[in-house]
Design a protein around this ligand. Structure first.
Ligand SMILES: Cc1cc2nc3c(=O)[nH]c(=O)nc-3n(C[C@H](O)[C@H](O)[C@H](O)COP(=O)(O)OP(=O)(O)OC[C@H]3O[C@@H](n4cnc5c(N)ncnc54)[C@H](O)[C@@H]3O)c2cc1C
Length: 387
């Protein structure tokens, strides 16, 4: 067993880091406080070969591995945490499921614009009454000749204020097997986008409304029965959130470490107080442990999709580690850490969201428990058998 990167991985990491330091680090603070999608960064990343890292070259990707994409997120976040969202979008987000299951016609229409960073895609999954219980979703896709007619609404979709194309989970029929997904362009008649609301992170999202919205059959990504495939693809998205959680935790850790080495109180640098040294030791243990779980899930997936169990373990560990470390870094840096003059408070706010998004920590733990006991635990209320 080898816990080190290969020579190629080290070289790739160094190249990404140099690019990020030169091109993105200078605007990192300002960029973090801009709620909209940074298209300028996306275009730069496309030129640098950081979009579609895991996609085959025949699809316009780089033919790399999931581990390469994780390395890219880590190196970008180390200099500009907000820009890591672009690595997420271009490699882990709905674009990955789209590229995996899309038809050649669908891909030729949208994939090259997405990979060029000129267009962003948003995922419409959650509804007001269907969050963790995703299979309760009600957005219907009723067949009407060669078209489908969509009704209902979606909430909380990341990048929705800027997206041109939406990957939307819909219901073609009853039950989980009736769920699939469709692709819908902004501007389609019957599809309206509400005004932006903000998360704690300042990122914005809009409610998506479908009112007798007609789309052609060729816009179906996964038909009825596609839910399992959809969730398999979604494990990649989860790993992106996992990697960003850890990377933001590490960013905050490094900032607090540099601060504690220099900042003096009572005539001594903060790092000489044992109360703070032990905080750093605990933070290092959390980050290093979570990182190994992330690397296991990514390395085992190689060029395929990661396992549901390894993804759940990695995401729960990195979500917790990232937030706890970022929060502790704020504490160590005192009022400066709590102010918007540094990115440490930003890392704390961002990591908090990933404990909820893309499978909350509780739902991941439910999944892990199923693996432990090797049986399924139905979360739904039991219906009493008829007398
Ligand atoms: C930053 C951010 C980005 C997001 N981006 C997107 C996006 O791009 N697209 C999209 O469609 N959605 C997105 N979401 C929504 C996200 O998918 C949902 O928030 C998530 O599925 C949880 O649903 P909910 O918020 O309705 O919480 P609920 O499902 O109402 O859960 C509330 C609480 O109860 C817990 N809980 C629920 N059921 C159980 C159970 N069986 N066992 C134990 N605990 C349980 C949950 O863990 C949570 O703590 C985003 C959310 C956030 C915060």
């Amino acid at each position: 067993m080898n816990f080190d990167f290969t020579a190629e991985q080290k070289q790739f990491a160094e190249t990404v880091r140099r690019f990020t330091r030169e091109q993105l680090a200078p605007g990192a603070l300002k960029r973090a406080h801009d709620p909209r999608f940074p298209f300028d960064v996306a275009e730069l990343m496309a030129k640098q070969g950081l979009m579609g890292i895991t996609l085959p070259e025949s699809d316009g990707g780089q033919g790399g591995t999931l581990m390469d994409a994780v390395i890219a997120i880590e190196q970008v976040a180390a200099e500009c945490p907000r820009s890591a969202d672009v690595v997420q979008f271009g490699n882990f987000g709905p674009i990955r499921t789209f590229a995996e299951y899309g038809t050649e016609t669908q891909k030729s229409r949208w994939l090259s614009e997405l990979l060029a960073g000129r267009m962003v895609m948003s995922l419409g999954m959650t509804e007001r009454d269907a969050g963790s219980a995703l299979t309760d979703l009600k957005t219907s896709a009723r067949a009407d000749g060669t078209h489908y007619v969509l009704n209902n609404s979606k909430v909380f979709s990341t990048f929705s204020p800027d997206a041109q194309i939406f990957l939307v989970y819909v219901r073609f029929g009853p039950g989980p097997s009736g769920i699939g997904s469709v692709l819908i362009e902004r501007g389609t008649p019957g599809f309206s986008i509400g005004s932006p609301s903000a998360f704690v992170s300042d990122e914005e999202w809009c409610e998506l409304h479908f009112k007798d919205c007609r789309i052609p059959g060729e816009n179906v990504l996964l038909g009825p029965g596609g839910f399992k495939k959809q969730m398999a693809g979604f494990n990649v998205e989860r790993l992106g959130n996992t990697a960003r959680s850890l990377a933001c935790g590490r960013y905050a850790f490094n900032a607090a470490r540099d601060y504690a080495a220099k900042r003096e109180q009572f005539g001594r640098p903060l790092c000489e107080f044992q109360g703070l040294q032990w905080k750093f030791a605990d933070m290092a243990i959390k980050l290093d442990g979570a990182q190994l779980l992330l690397y296991r899930a990514a390395a085992n997936a190689d060029r395929g999709l990661p396992s549901a169990y390894e993804t759940a373990v990695a995401k729960a560990a990195c979500n917790q580690a990232g937030f706890e470390v970022a929060s502790e870094a704020v504490q160590i840096m005192g009022a400066l850490g709590y102010s918007r003059e540094t990115l440490v408070e930003y890392c704390m706010r961002r990591t908090r969201g990933w404990m909820i998004a893309g499978g909350s920590i509780e739902m991941l733990k439910n999944r892990i428990a199923e693996h432990v006991f090797d049986r399924r635990f139905d979360q739904r209320k039991r219906v009493a058998a008829a007398e």
